[in-house]
Design a protein. Structure first.
Ligand SMILES: C[S@@+](CC[C@H](N)C(=O)[O-])C[C@H]1O[C@@H](n2cnc3c(N)ncnc32)[C@H](O)[C@@H]1O
Length: 449
């Protein structure tokens, strides 16, 4: 094909690699990769295509070349894979939220397992032959949170929606099939004419529903000076069903109207969540998730590192003599303090600082368990280094990013820890996101898992 193209003026993307691929071509992907695209090869070059599946044949068209990889878009499905299903959402393919609606939910989960194993092997150098236990819940209406973007159309009407993939272009939506019913009811309401003026300075609305999907906290971002912000907040409280708390974000601070925080119950614990605090976004699997991270553990001391509002800290407080929770965000740390007090868990100590700073000051610990639940970037090597010097008997590493999990597990397994089990929580069906729990123990101790 490249011979036919000589002399033609090609777009920049097609000259970026060593050969030239610019015309549509037949493509048979080999596997799905982290990110949700299908990977295959064409003329020896790696090709990534969204909304394609292994085992099928498609006609695809290249759109750009980056780092030697051809990124193409599907034009026609010539032979569909048996696992292909009709995506139920009318925005699928345009909205950047979901990547896998064209694949049946059961097959999504088995691909995620495969991707996790492959990532552990490639980045972590861990050829995990054991089981990857899967925890799956309902594949729709599972999100308790959303970040709605707000924009104005040429006629002045306000529209709400989500960004398109890799872009800041808005895809307006009437409903989102992965959000809880309550959040969808609010989206529907916000599309009404009467919101156009009050929402005029607003660029983003973050919604968080409680465990029963009855009460909702809104956090609004944008240019909503003084009285405008207050008027909008009061209107939301009065007219949007279920909204119990509205925060207007001003820099790092929040001006809150209605209730100061949301209470979210998981198992027997009630967690306070204030605007600006982190909370898990998937609602159905939370009790099972918390149980798996904390169950069968007890002893003198546990560390909950990257603790957030204390999702794991409170149950650990019931099982261990002492728990130290470390959380850098002061709002989350305050919520954790309030929830621990409300449950009369006086054995919980909260360190409101970066994990690295806290561990560096700790001369020694006899921790039976350290729970790690870092953001997507994983744990920096300085922190891991101190942690292994402190030698907790077990580490439960919770991760939302297989690549950084694999990198950190490599560090730990090469320095005295053994990987005992790995579990996948399919928190985010229809998307490429993978949440998992890796349990490790010190290699000098007998395997008791
Ligand atoms: C993925 S969340 C997990 C929170 C909690 N374990 C949960 O499941 O709800 C990560 C948390 O780590 C906090 N964090 C991020 N970097 C940190 C650091 N270097 N030191 C302390 N906390 C940090 C964030 O504020 C956030 O609350």
């Amino acid at each position: 094909m490249s011979g036919q193209l000589q002399g033609l003026s090609l777009p920049a993307w097609s000259r970026a690699g060593s050969g030239r691929i610019s015309l549509p071509f037949d493509f048979s992907p080999e596997k799905l990769v982290y990110g949700g695209e299908a990977l295959g090869y064409y003329q020896g070059r790696p090709v990534l295509v969204p909304r394609a599946l292994p085992g099928e044949r498609l006609e695809v068209e290249p759109v750009r070349v980056a780092k030697g990889v051809v990124h193409a878009r599907p034009l026609r499905i010539l032979e569909p894979a048996p696992q292909r299903v009709v995506p139920p959402c009318p925005y699928f393919g345009r909205c950047g939220g979901c990547q896998l609606q064209h694949l049946s939910s059961a097959h999504q989960a088995s691909w995620k397992k495969e991707i996790l194993r492959e990532t552990l092997r490639r980045i972590g150098k861990i050829p995990w032959e054991g089981e990857v236990e899967l925890h799956a819940g309902p594949p729709w209406n599972y999100r308790n949170q959303a970040r709605l973007k707000v924009a104005r159309q040429a006629d002045g009407r306000v529209v709400v929606g989500f960004f398109e993939a890799d872009s800041h272009r808005l895809c307006p939506v009437d409903a989102c099939l992965i959000l809880s019913p309550r959040l969808n009811a609010i989206i529907k309401d916000l599309r009404r004419e009467e919101w156009s003026v009050p929402l005029s300075g607003c660029l983003e609305i973050e919604l968080l529903a409680n465990d029963g999907d009855e009460r909702v906290m809104l956090t609004m971002r944008g240019k909503m000076e003084g009285q405008n912000g207050e008027t909008l907040a009061r209107m939301c409280l009065a007219r949007l069903p279920g909204v119990s708390s509205v925060a207007i974000e001003r820099g790092q601070a929040h001006q809150v109207f209605g209730e100061p925080a949301l209470i979210y119950q998981v198992g027997e614990f009630r967690y306070r969540i204030s605007p600006g605090s982190f909370f898990q976004a998937s609602r159905f699997l939370l009790p099972e998730f918390v149980a798996r991270v904390t169950e069968r553990q007890s002893g003198d001391m546990a560390l909950d590192l990257f603790a957030g509002v204390g999702l794991f800290t409170l149950p650990l407080g019931q099982r261990f003599t002492q728990v130290i929770a470390v959380e850098g965000n002061s709002k989350s740390a305050s919520d954790l303090t309030a929830s621990a007090q409300a449950h009369a868990l006086e054995n919980i100590r909260i360190a409101r600082e970066p994990v690295f700073d806290f561990l560096r000051r700790l001369a020694q610990t006899d921790a039976g368990l350290a729970v790690l639940d870092p953001p997507r970037a994983g744990v920096d090597v300085g922190t891991l280094k101190i942690l292994i010097r402190l030698r907790p008997r077990r580490i439960h590493y919770v991760s939302c990013s297989p690549p950084t999990l694999a990198r950190d597990l490599r560090y730990l397994t090469e320095r005295g820890y053994r990987l005992d089990s790995i579990e996948l929580f399919d928190f985010f069906p229809q998307t490429y996101h993978i949440e998992c729990l890796a349990r490790l123990s010190r290699s000098d101790l007998p395997n008791s898992s």
